[in-house]
Design a protein. Structure first.
Length: 101
């Protein structure tokens, strides 16, 4: 399946504004979920390699809707991050809630 996410790309990155749009527009939730899942997959790959100091440890049983809510909360409460690359926004939002210890 090919998922095309419309938005303004900057140097290969989607912005927090793009992510905010996907994650707050019900018809775009699939794009939001997919993007967040990809960032989590990347986190797990880094974790397996043992190279990340700032890892995210999401508890078992947490669904993608909960992850979307956490990301939207970050984007809403800290609007300045909307100018940053979306991948970093997802990482930071989840790291604030579930840092590995």
């Amino acid at each position: 399946m090919l998922l095309v996410m419309a938005g303004t790309a900057r140097a290969g990155f989607y912005s927090g504004n793009d992510l905010y749009g996907w994650c707050t527009t019900k018809s775009q939730y699939a794009a939001c979920y997919h993007y967040i899942e990809e960032i989590i997959d990347a986190n797990e790959a880094v974790e397996e390699g043992g190279t990340a100091d700032n890892r995210v440890c999401i508890p078992d049983g947490v669904g993608v809707e909960k992850l979307r809510q956490i990301v939207v909360k970050k984007l809403t409460e800290d609007a300045d991050v909307r100018q940053e690359p979306a991948a970093g926004v997802v990482w930071l939002a989840l790291l604030n809630v579930w840092p590995c210890r």
